[in-house]
Write a protein that binds this ligand. Structure first.
Ligand code: F6P
Ligand code: MN
Length: 320
């Protein structure tokens, strides 16, 4: 099996981008090690602080955030970072070519139940001039690379540098990621959907109608039965969709009018949209391709519908 670094070389990925991706892989291997040690590494439970989005920070949120921030600060390549767990952007090296935005620990409500969590990251070109939040406000199509690391029964890393989506598995003994799929392909059709059904009454009519038709199964207009899955960690749900197809959505809802969307554009939706598109799938808000959104703030949230091409297209028809 090819190692991650060998694979990046054979793909002719820019040498500095490759160095940055290898650093992120190494840091993730460290996070994976801590996740695996669980209570022994003191990673379980909550801190006493909240992040900028008003969510209680878990210990592992903070540990993973600091590992990534400190790890990237050691490179000359990164001008600044934006993290779900940092109020503001953090300047690193003024001469760095890259910006990195990341969700250090996605699915943190799963930590204490020993279920799936992961790290999601997105790499953008750094504009000239002083680093501000505006430096990061580039549509997802500008991403030079995106990826996630899923800390599951095995740790897996999916990466795209815009030439397909590749999957690697972590060898916990050597700490290397090894290539196991050089072109992930999401099947175009599916009979599996992922949505938090408890929000049903708060969705827009378009989503209510779409899901109602899935639930009618072979007695309704879709003429086939659907199965449902919900991992409560986007990284786990998206990994399933990349592995065997499906549709994943966290739509807009009116449950909390101050917070009509759940997922973050810069840390979650954009990187996942690149990975999904590069594997032949679609990623939309219901009304627009995620990757075409002009971001307005680093912590901005959006509606997300992604996965198997034909199924997402079907869902979009309900949105008109
Ligand atoms: O990061 C936000 C997140 O944890 C996602 O990973 C996940 O898909 C979603 O929220 C889970 O939401 P809920 O708590 O509504 O199930
Ligand atoms: Mn998250």
């Amino acid at each position: 099996m090819q190692s991650f670094s060998q694979d990046l070389t054979s793909r002719k990925v820019d040498a500095e981008l490759s160095q940055l991706l290898q650093a992120l892989a190494q840091i993730s291997a460290q996070i994976s090690h801590d996740v695996r040690r669980g209570a022994l590494a003191g990673i379980l439970g909550a801190t006493e602080s909240e992040n900028v989005q008003g969510e209680t920070q878990k210990k592992l949120d903070v540990i993973a955030n600091d590992l990534i921030k400190d790890g990237l600060a050691k490179l000359d390549l990164v001008k600044g970072i934006a993290s779900e767990e940092e109020d503001d952007v953090v300047a690193l090296n003024p001469n760095g070519r890259f910006l990195v935005s990341f969700d250090p620990l996605d699915g943190s409500s799963n930590i204490d139940i020993n279920s799936l969590v992961g790290t999601i990251f997105s790499i953008l070109p750094a504009p000239e001039g002083e680093l501000t939040q505006d430096s990061f406000l580039q549509p997802g199509r500008q991403q030079l690379a995106a990826g996630y690391v899923l800390y599951g029964p095995s740790s897996l890393m999916a990466i795209s540098t815009g030439k397909g989506t590749q999957l690697y598995t972590l060898d916990p003994i050597s700490g290397d990621f090894l290539l196991i799929d050089d072109a992930m392909q999401i099947p175009a059709t599916t009979q599996e959907f992922a949505i938090n059904m408890s929000n049903q009454r708060f969705w827009e009519p378009a989503m209510q109608n779409y899901i109602a038709d899935l639930l009618k199964g072979d007695t309704g207009v879709r003429g086939k039965n659907f199965n449902m899955r919900w991992i409560a960690a986007m990284v786990g749900d998206v990994h399933r969709v990349l592995s065997r197809g499906g549709i994943f959505t966290y739509p807009t809802d009116t449950k909390n009018p101050a917070k009509p969307y759940k997922l973050r554009l810069m840390y979650e939706a954009n990187p996942m949209a690149l990975l999904v598109e590069q594997a032949g799938g679609l990623a939309s808000t219901g009304y627009q391709d995620i990757l075409d959104i002009q971001p307005e703030g680093i912590h901005q949230r959006v509606a997300v519908v992604l996965g198997s091409r034909d199924e997402v297209t079907e869902c979009l028809k309900y949105h008109g």
